[in-house]
Design a protein around this ligand. Structure first.
Ligand code: MIG
Length: 799
C-alpha cells in the first residue's frame, strides 16, 4: 500500500542531534549524528530555503519551477548559538534550529511573534515500493490560522480543515470536492495574528498537503519521493508573500493586448463555413471578439500539425480572412502523436528517438483522440527544440496566433490512473527519472516548448499559449483555463474561487470555460457567468458543443444584450486590465485579489469567497443564484462607489446590493482613476483618439497607474512604453491630480475626457498645468465632464 497519510508513526524516521555545522556564505549546513543534513539557504531577508537529505549527500540541485532571474540578496545575516539551538537572524526573520532534533521555529525579527514552527518537523519513511523516501514535514498550526493557495483546487477559498493531493489529473466534469484536478501548484500561505507567510514545497512527485484535517493542530505536507525541499516566505503582508513567491517562480511577458479581449471557443467549430458564420455573427451583432478557436476537429484524423482537407481546404486563406476581420485564430495541439508511419511528425519523432519509453525500452503507448499514440518527452531539451520548430508552418506560414495545449497532464484513455504508468522514463533535463517525478511537470514542459515555438515564429509579435496542466512556474510561458467544468450555478462559484486561488498562487492569467463545458447553461446562467468572466484575466466561452450552442446569441435577445453590455465594459476597461497585467508581469502583483489578500487585518475577509478585487480598485461580486435581483455581499473597509449609481458606501460591513440580470455588484475604490478606451469590436479596430479617465473623488489620497505600449511586439522592452502614475488628493473644497509620466511611448491620443464622480462641492475654478480653464468649455450638467486636449501633469479643481 502506498501511504497517503503523514502520520504512520511506526514507519517514521527522525533526525537525531546536530553534530556538525558549516557555513558557506549564505548556505548553512547542519548535520546530525544519523547522517541527516539540513541545508539552509538565505535567499533574501524574508526568504529561506530548507533542503534535507537522509543519506549524507545531496542530489543534483535542479528545478523547473524556479525563475533564473529571481531576486537574491539580503541586508543582514548573523548566526549565533546557545546550548539548545542555532539562531539565524536576518533583518526580517529569526530562525531557531534545535540542536537536539533539527526542528525549527521562525519568528518575526521585529516583534518576535512566532510565525511558523515545526511540530515533528522533518521526518520520513523509507518506501520499498516507491523506491525512495516519503519525505514529510509537519508544522504546529497557530491559533486562528487560515490557509490559502494551492492553485486550481475547487474547494472553499480557506483551505483549513482539508487535505489535498497534487497529481495532475484530467478531471472531466469535476465537482467542488474533486481532488486532485489538472494542476499541481504546491504553494500555500498561512495567516494568523495578522501576519502571513508562505511555503513553496518544490517537489514534483505526488505531494500531499494537510491543513489540520488529520490532526486538528497540525499542518503537514509530504511527497512520495524526491527531496524535502521547501521555501519559507515571510510577509507579514500576504500580498508580499504572494509577490515574493511569484518573483521566485516567475511571471510571463506581457501578452498581446488582444489576448485580454473576448475569446470564443467550442468543441468544435468546423468546417470553415461554420467558423465564418460565427465570426460574421459577432460583427453583425456588434459583440466585440478577438479570438476564435479551432478544437481537435480541424486536424486530419487528430494528427497534430495537420489540417483536415475536407473541413479546412485552405487554412492560410481562411486565417488571413479572419485576421482581416480582426479575429486571431487559436488552434489546439495535444501531446499524443498518432502512430502512423505515413505521418511526418510521427516518423521524425521516431527516427530521432524523441518519444517517451517504458522502463525496459518499449515506447510509452497510449490511446488518446487520434487512437494509439506515442508521446514526446518534453523534459528533454532537444525534444522541446524539435517541438518548437514544428510550429513554423502553423504560425509563420498560416498565421495562427495562439496555441492551446490540452490533455497534457498527460491524459491517456481507458487505462488505470488515466495517465502514464509510473515506470515511464524521462530525461528531466539530464536528471533521468521515472514518471513519478516527471508527471506533474509534463504539461508545463509541453507548454514551454510550445511557447518557444510561437515566440520564434510569431516574432516580432508576442506569442499566446494556453495550457490545461501546470506546475509552479508554468505562468512564465502560458495562460491557463480550469478544464472541463459544468454548466451549473455551483460551477460559477467554483470558477470564481479557482481564478482567485490561481492568482494567489502566482498564476494570474487564467479563466474558466464561461457558461460551463459540460452540459448546457440557460440564458440566465450564461449571462451571470459572462459578468464574472469579464473581470477574469482570461475571458473565453467554451463548451463541449454536444448540448447545443453557447454563443452570446444562443439564448434570447435580452441575454444577447446583457452579454454585449459586459463584453463592452471589458473592452472599455482594457487599459485598466492591461495595467493590472503589467503590474503582475513587472511587479509580481496578482491581477485578482481575494479579500483576505486585500485586507488581511480585517478578520471578516478570512472566509469570504465570492467578492474579489480585480486589479487594485474594482470590487467585484458575481451573482451566484438564479432569479436574483441582487445579493448580500461583504464590502471591505474603506469607501467605495457603486459603479452603476455612483453612490458612495462605507465598507467594513455586509450590504444588500441590487443587481438585475443586466447588472452585477461592482464597486470602485474611492480616489481611483479608472482609464477607459472606447468600445472596439476587436483590439486595434480603432485608433484611440481619446482616453477617458473616470475620477472618483476621495477626501484623502489615492494612487492609480496606467500602463500602455504598442499593444504587441517588443518595443516596450526598449523603453517604448508609457507609464502614468496618478496621485489624487481631495479635500472638502478641492481636488488635485498630479501625473508623473515615464517611458518613451507616444500614445495615439492626446485628448483626455475626465469624468468627475462624487465631487462634494460646486466647481468654481479649474487649473490645468497652472493655467485657468474657461468654465464655459466645461460641461457640468450632472455628468461633470471635462475635456483636456493635451498631455498635462497637474489638474486642480476648486470650490
Ligand atoms: O477529452 O479537445 O478540456 O477544452 O474541448 C476531451 C476536446 C479533450 C478536453 C478539454 C476541452 C476540449 C476537449 N478536450
Amino acid at each position: 500500500m502506498i501511504l497517503n497519510t503523514e502520520l504512520e508513526y511506526k514507519g517514521n524516521l527522525f533526525p537525531a542531534d546536530i553534530t556538525d555545522y558549516k557555513k558557506d556564505v549564505d548556505v548553512l549546513h547542519f548535520s546530525t549524528s544519523n547522517n541527516i543534513i539540513l541545508q539552509l539557504t538565505v535567499l533574501r531577508d524574508s526568504l529561506l530555503r530548507f533542503r534535507y537529505t537522509t543519506v549524507g549527500k545531496f542530489d543534483n540541485d535542479f528545478s523547473y519551477a524556479i525563475n533564473e532571474d529571481a531576486s537574491r540578496g539580503y541586508n543582514h545575516l548573523e548566526i549565533t548559538d546557545d546550548d539548545k539551538k542555532y539562531i539565524v537572524t536576518t533583518s526580517k526573520l529569526i530562525c531557531h534550529i534545535h540542536k537536539a532534533d533539527l526542528r525549527k521555529s521562525i519568528f518575526d525579527a521585529k516583534d518576535h511573534t512566532l510565525i511558523c514552527e515545526d511540530e515533528l518537523g522533518f521526518h520520513w519513511e523509507e518506501s520499498y515500493e516507491l523506491g525512495g523516501d516519503i519525505v514529510k514535514m509537519s508544522k504546529a498550526a497557530q491559533n486562528g490560522e487560515s490557509y490559502y493557495g494551492l492553485g486550481d483546487k475547487p474547494q472553499h477559498i480557506n483551505l483549513k480543515g482539508r487535505r489535498f493531493e497534487n497529481w495532475a489529473t484530467d478531471s472531466y466534469a469535476f465537482g467542488k470536492d474533486t481532488d486532485p484536478i489538472y494542476k499541481a501548484i504546491p504553494f500555500y500561505t498561512g495567516l494568523h495574528h495578522g501576519k502571513s507567510y508562505g511555503i513553496f514545497f518544490d517537489n514534483t512527485f505526488k505531494t500531499f498537503f494537510d491543513f489540520c484535517q488529520e490532526r486538528r493542530n497540525v499542518t503537514s505536507f509530504w511527497a512520495q519521493g524526491g527531496e524535502m525541499n521547501y521555501y519559507f516566505i515571510y510577509g507579514p503582508k500576504m500580498q508580499d508573500v504572494v509577490t515574493s513567491y511569484t518573483d521566485l517562480t516567475g511571471t510571463p511577458e506581457l501578452p498581446p493586448l488582444w489576448a485580454l479581449g473576448y475569446h470564443q471557443c467550442k468543441w468544435s467549430y468546423y468546417p470553415e463555413s461554420n467558423v465564418k458564420e460565427i465570426t460574421n455573427k459577432f460583427r453583425e451583432l456588434k459583440i466585440p471578439c478577438d479570438a476564435i478557436y479551432l478544437d481537435i476537429d480541424y486536424m486530419e484524423g487528430f494528427r497534430c500539425f495537420t489540417w483536415s482537407k475536407d473541413h479546412f481546404p485552405e487554412p492560410k486563406r481562411m486565417v488571413k480572412e479572419l485576421a482581416d476581420d480582426g479575429f486571431k485564430t487559436v488552434v489546439i495541439i495535444d501531446p499524443g502523436i498518432k502512430i502512423d508511419n505515413a505521418y511526418s511528425v510521427f516518423k521524425e519523432g521516431l527516427d530521432k528517438d524523441y518519444f517517451c519509453k517504458r522502463a525496459d525500452g518499449p515506447y510509452m503507448k497510449g490511446k488518446v483522440w487520434p487512437g494509439e499514440c506515442y508521446f514526446p518527452d518534453f523534459t528533454r531539451p532537444e525534444v522541446r527544440e524539435w517541438w518548437a520548430g514544428l510550429f513554423k508552418e502553423l504560425v509563420e506560414d498560416i498565421g495562427v496566433k495562439g496555441v492551446w495545449n490540452d490533455m497534457n497532464e498527460p491524459a491517456v484513455m481507458d487505462v488505470p490512473g488515466k495517465t502514464f504508468p509510473a515506470d515511464v522514463r524521462h530525461d528531466y533535463d539530464g536528471n533521468p527519472c521515472s514518471h513519478q517525478k516527471a508527471h506533474n511537470i509534463y504539461g508545463m514542459q509541453m507548454a514551454r516548448a510550445t511557447y518557444h515555438g510561437l515566440k520564434r515564429f510569431n516574432y516580432p509579435k508576442r506569442p499566446f499559449v494556453i495550457t490545461r496542466s501546470a506546475y509552479s512556474g508554468t505562468q512564465r510561458y502560458t495562460s491557463t483555463w480550469m478544464g472541463d467544468n459544468v454548466a451549473s450555478w455551483e460551477h460559477l462559484q467554483i470558477a470564481n474561487i479557482q481564478a482567485q486561488r490561481l492568482a494567489l498562487s502566482g498564476f494570474s492569467f487564467a479563466g474558466s470555460d464561461i457558461g460551463g463545458f459540460a452540459e448546457q447553461p440557460n440564458g440566465e446562467l450564461y449571462a451571470r457567468w459572462i459578468q464574472l468572466g469579464a473581470f477574469h484575466p482570461f475571458c473565453r466561452t467554451h463548451s463541449s458543443g454536444d448540448h447545443g450552442d453557447q454563443e452570446p446569441w444562443a439564448f434570447d435577445e435580452e441575454i444577447t444584450n446583457v452579454v454585449r453590455k459586459f463584453i463592452e465594459i471589458r473592452y472599455e476597461l482594457l487599459p485598466y486590465l492591461y495595467t493590472a497585467f503589467y503590474q503582475y508581469a513587472h511587479d509580481n502583483v496578482p491581477m485578482l485579489k481575494s479579500l483576505v489578500l486585500f485586507d488581511q487585518e480585517d478578520s471578516q475577509t478570512h472566509y469570504r469567497t465570492d467578492e474579489f478585487i480585480c486589479g487594485n480598485q474594482l470590487l467585484i461580486c458575481p451573482i451566484n443564484e438564479p432569479n436574483s435581483q441582487g445579493r448580500r455581499m461583504y464590502i471591505p473597509k474603506g469607501e467605495w462607489y457603486n459603479f452603476w449609481t455612483k453612490e458612495l458606501v462605507s465598507g467594513g460591513k455586509e450590504a444588500w446590493v441590487e443587481a438585475d440580470l443586466d447588472s452585477m455588484p461592482i464597486f470602485v475604490k474611492a480616489g481611483a482613476i479608472i482609464p477607459k478606451y472606447p468600445v472596439q469590436q476587436y483590439v486595434g479596430e480603432k485608433d484611440i483618439e481619446e482616453l477617458t479617465l473616470d475620477v472618483y473623488y476621495k477626501n484623502g489620497k489615492e494612487d492609480s497607474e496606467l500602463y500602455e505600449d504598442a499593444n504587441d511586439g517588443y518595443d516596450y522592452t526598449k523603453g517604448r512604453y508609457s507609464l502614468k502614475k496618478f496621485n489624487l488628493a481631495g479635500t472638502d473644497d478641492k481636488l488635485i491630480i498630479r501625473i508623473h509620466k515615464r517611458g518613451k511611448y507616444m500614445t495615439s491620443y492626446s485628448t483626455f475626457k475626465i469624468n468627475l464622480f462624487g465631487l462634494p462641492f460646486k466647481v468654481a475654478s479649474i487649473k490645468v498645468d497652472n493655467e485657468y480653464v474657461d468654465l464655459k468649455d466645461v460641461k457640468f450638467n450632472g455628468a461633470n465632464t471635462l475635456v483636456i486636449s493635451k498631455e498635462f501633469t497637474n489638474l486642480q479643481i476648486k470650490a
